[in-house]
Design a protein around this ligand. Sequence first.
Ligand code: SAH
Length: 250
Amino acid sequence: MNRVHFVGAGPGAPDLITLRGKTLLERAGVIIYAGSLVNPALLEYAQETCEIHNSAEMTLDEVIRVMAAAAEKGKETVRLHTGDPSIYGAIREQMDRLRALNIGYDICPGVSSFCAAAAALEAEYTLPGVSQTLIITRAEGRTAVPEGEQLAALAGHRATMVLFLSAGMLDKVSRELIAGGLPPETPAAIVYKASWPEERVFRGTLGNLSTLGDVEKTALVVVGNILGDDYELSRLYASDFTTGFREGQP
Ligand code: SAH
């Protein structure tokens, strides 16, 4: 049996965790959750006897030590990450350490905050004729991004962009995207705490992004013409389009 379960907590609302994730939380002997990013309401799914740790106050070594101690006692650990663990979750380093220790693990996906942000914005990231690509990235802050992934370089694609971990650098975000060729009029939005009771949505443009809302943390920046009014209708549902399931009418 796997002793560690990496679980995507979803974007915040406690009913946006998956059924599997909830079952794993209910069963866990130990939970290590990702600090303020995880809605504490989710911890109410835990058993009373469950040992609960906040990873915001821990190093990688400490996290692994807690997991190893739990495994030793035959307990299952849930490592609860916000959204989906595959996005800025720092799970790879944990998995590699567990493998070296011969501790079995698995991953339960979650609803990423970029999906909850789209829901809050009532947006479709991949609008025909506007953008068929979604770039998930972050501004370069204390943590560097690899060469070629700077915002100005990515702006050249003109694709829809969702920026994680960047709400504290709004000036830099708009400066770099404009320097990369996006017009200042490009629609942009900030979504704060998508799906939490405190959720807020601020809409504007790339040019006035830094004046939209005073949110430093737990917010996403969405940029692109998919937030505007122009798009083409889908081919899939067009009356003249034949598919494997439906004959198109001229
Ligand atoms: N794995 C997570 C992201 C972790 S990185 C996911 O899939 O969503 C942490 C960053 O995610 C935050 O700085 C913020 O940019 C974003 N974030 C997480 N939850 C959010 C939410 N509910 N609303 C808006 N942004 C959120």
